[in-house]
Design a protein around this ligand. Structure first.
Ligand SMILES: NC(=O)c1ccc[n+]([C@@H]2O[C@H](COP(=O)([O-])OP(=O)(O)OC[C@H]3O[C@@H](n4cnc5c(N)ncnc54)[C@H](OP(=O)(O)O)[C@@H]3O)[C@@H](O)[C@H]2O)c1
Length: 276
């Protein structure tokens, strides 16, 4: 049995599907018992911020897919309950080990806690997700203009489905223990190039407006905590984080090429056409 945290999110959904498709027994940590899950997947209600809520979730579990940023006591409890392996959803900024950057800090500290936990581990360090483009949905429903933050920054964005497939293999095969995987897509694209792909896939005449740093900061201030805004500026304006380099790890682990942004957009096109 495998416990998947973040099971209703962009990545967790894909981990659940990959394991279920492989015929594995899957338990999904959810906030609501009626969360939509594939047939045969067992929901368990709990919250990573409340370790006491996880006691039932760990029973009979051999491996966990874990989100970064939660307390070390989760790992101790998991080990006490008999869990043997953790596959951690970290990120490229863990490599920086920059404790002054709020995002690098939580990923670095979580990796350190997992290393110290006594559990077998695999760290997944995906670069920017293709699914971040879903944040453009309200703009695409309101008109044909996409306002692009950090428009000069290339990234080898990764499809969450590829992260899910790598996670499923790491959970089920001890040969991935102790490995760190840098997960990217097969091409490094600018935001305007993503918008051009979306325009073709959706059959629309979309225009990309490149925001200045001041405009980007003003947009982020509408909903992002200040320490995360600073972290993004540190990554993308100061240039501390390299998300442009293409890594072979997805194809090395899965045995097939990493999915392109066009493939991701074709799979998720309906989500850009529907409201919400
Ligand atoms: N976006 C990127 O480019 C990027 C790049 C590298 C790494 N990452 C890392 O990847 C993580 C996951 O990204 P995502 O896009 O899959 O996120 P997401 O779609 O926002 O999903 C988050 C998931 O976590 C669950 N969750 C949130 N708080 C929780 C808590 N306290 N206890 C239990 N479950 C909780 C959510 O459940 P509910 O929906 O019920 O709240 C949801 O299932 C990010 O948080 C980040 O650390 C992201």
């Amino acid at each position: 049995m495998f416990l998947i945290t973040g099971a209703t999110g962009n990545v967790g959904t894909e981990v659940v599907s990959a394991l279920a498709d492989a015929g594995e027994r899957v338990r999904a940590l959810v906030h609501r018992p009626d969360a939509p899950l594939p047939d045969g997947v067992e929901p368990v209600v709990g919250d990573l911020s409340e370790p006491d809520s996880l006691t039932d979730a760990f029973q009979g579990v051999q491996g966990i897919f874990l989100m970064s940023g939660y307390s070390d006591s989760i790992l101790a409890r998991a080990r006490e309950a008999g869990v043997r392996r953790v596959v951690l959803l970290s990120g490229g900024s863990a490599e920086l080990e920059d404790l002054d950057n709020a995002i690098s800090r939580y990923m670095t500290l979580t990796e350190r806690a997992v290393r110290a936990s006594g559990l077998s581990w695999t760290f997944l360090r995906p670069r920017a997700f293709m699914s971040n483009a879903l944040a453009w949905r309200p703009q695409l429903q309101a008109g044909d203009t996409v306002r692009a933050q950090f428009p000069k920054v290339r990234a080898a964005r990764v499809d969450p489905r590829d992260i899910g497939e790598v996670a499923a293999r790491a959970l089920t095969d001890e040969r991935h223990d102790g490995r760190i995987y840098n997960l990217t897509g097969p091409e490094s694209l600018l935001p305007a190039e993503l918008v051009a792909v979306l325009a073709e896939v959706l059959g629309r005449n979309l225009r990309c407006v490149e925001l200045s740093n001041d405009e980007t900061r003003a947009e982020l201030q509408q909903g992002t905590p200040p320490e995360y805004i600073d972290a993004f500026f540190n990554f993308y304006v100061d240039g501390t984080l390299d998300e442009a380099t293409i890594h072979p790890d997805v194809s090395d682990v899965t045995g097939r090429p990493a999915r392109t942004f066009r493939q991701w957009a074709e799979t998720h096109a309906a989500r850009f056409r529907s409201a919400g």
